[in-house]
Design a protein around this ligand. Structure first.
Ligand SMILES: *Cc1c(COP(=O)(O)O)cnc(C)c1O
Length: 385
């Protein structure tokens, strides 16, 4: 069985659950507390809150169902679901550092993650060094005796740069630091960081995993030791829990995750190849194209490609925004991972803050890729040169 086939069965199959009359989808447990028949049972449950059902800021059966499905897909011992990707990311990071510790992070990490590291954790004396991260030497040069975390996001979601997961995990282990990776782009279907030695995986389930642009959520996955540690501290104390309604929505989206990604992969590559041939494009950033400088690394550590990519252009930014506005099928908007194609246009700046090129990010949704390609071409020919 290929990895992909296993994913298809994992999302589709659940054993018959007689506690719920064989209900084929997970029931929605819309309750804050759970009552007990005897005080002994209550005392036992209070001792290990996350293994029992006591209170829904802790363990709700609907959320727990999703956690088990996600842990199974990611091949993790344990998963904990959060209110958003940022709640999962901030909790995972906080679990690895204390006052005065040091973090190494890639400089193309998700914006709010960087903001958390630079303008929030610094309040507690935690310092972060940002690096490009494409070679292991940069990581080696950046670590210090007090480095406790290497933070990765591969591929990044604006320029689609990769880090070598195995080498970063090895380096971290040799210095007693933890590794966390934001695996939102690749999803559990296309990249398995835990199998490559990474300690904790985080996802924004608001993207492909939910898949329908109808909810916000996040998840942290890893060993039982690390994730239950987060469960008893950051999860219970900061309280950024996923609601049961969201867990039910995400569970429904998850059923079609491998199926959707199979189509996203093909459509994304088809549109990226077309984009690469256009005169207004100076570079396409898609790890699945042989022109990508880290194409070989991508093939080694990923089993497929999702459908968010970008291109650089030297055309005036106003013309590119006019083009984006003329697109019919691509909506102007942030986020991605749903059924609808999306576009954003933003300036790329160098370290001195000068505008060096324009980055156009495209998300390829579920529409026919031939319609998307025709749309891209009609919109460009309508813009003023
Ligand atoms: C959206 C996103 C996040 C944050 O997730 P939220 O659910 O919006 O909090 C983190 N990382 C990446 C790569 C994202 O795209």
């Amino acid at each position: 069985m290929s990895k992909q086939e296993k994913h298809f069965t994992k999302v589709a199959y659940d054993p018959v659950d007689t506690r719920h009359h064989g209900a084929i989808n997970v029931p929605l447990y819309q309750n804050s507390l759970f009552a007990f028949e005897s005080y002994d049972q209550f005392d036992e449950a209070m001792g290990t809150l996350l293994d029992h059902h006591v209170y829904s800021r802790g363990n709700n059966p609907t959320v727990q169902y999703l956690e088990r499905k996600l842990a199974d897909l990611e091949e993790a011992e344990m998963a904990k679901c959060f209110a958003s990707g940022m709640a999962a990311i901030s909790s995972a990071i906080l679990s690895t550092v204390g006052q005065g510790d040091h973090i190494v992070c890639i400089n193309q990490a998700y914006g709010p993650t960087k903001q958390f590291l630079t303008s929030y954790l610094t309040k507690f004396g935690v310092e972060t060094t940002f690096i490009d991260g494409s070679s292991i030497e940069q990581w080696r040069d950046a670590v210090r005796p007090n480095t406790k975390l290497l933070y990765l996001e591969s591929p990044t979601t604006m320029l689609f740069e990769l880090q070598d997961l195995r080498l970063c995990a090895e380096l971290a282990r040799s210095i007693g630091a933890a590794t966390v990776i934001d695996n939102t782009w690749a999803t559990p279907c296309f990249q398995s960081p835990l199998a490559m030695g990474i300690d904790l995986v985080v996802h924004s389930v608001s993207k492909y995993i939910g898949g329908h642009s109808d909810c916000l959520g996040g998840v942290v996955l890893g060993s039982k030791e690390r994730v239950s540690g987060i469960g008893y501290t950051e999860y219970l104390l900061l309280g950024g829990i996923m609601t049961p309604q969201t867990a039910a929505l995400v569970s429904k989206g998850l059923r079609t995750l491998p199926l959707r990604l199979q189509r996203h992969e093909v459509s994304g590559l088809q549109v990226a190849e077309h984009i690469g041939k256009q005169s207004y494009v100076t570079r396409v950033n898609h790890p699945g194209l042989p022109s990508h400088p880290q194409y070989e690394l991508g093939k080694r550590q990923m089993s497929g490609y999702s459908s968010l990519f970008s291109f650089l252009s030297d055309e005036p930014i106003e013309r590119l925004k006019e083009w984006a506005g003329r697109l019919k099928y691509f909506k102007i908007g942030v986020s991605w991972g749903g059924f609808e194609s999306l576009v954003t246009v933003s300036p790329l700046t160098n370290d001195a803050g000068e505008h060096t090129a324009t980055v156009v990010r495209l998300y390829i949704g579920m529409e026919d890729p031939n319609d998307l390609i025709a749309d891209i071409d009609q919109a460009w020919s309508g813009t003023k040169s």
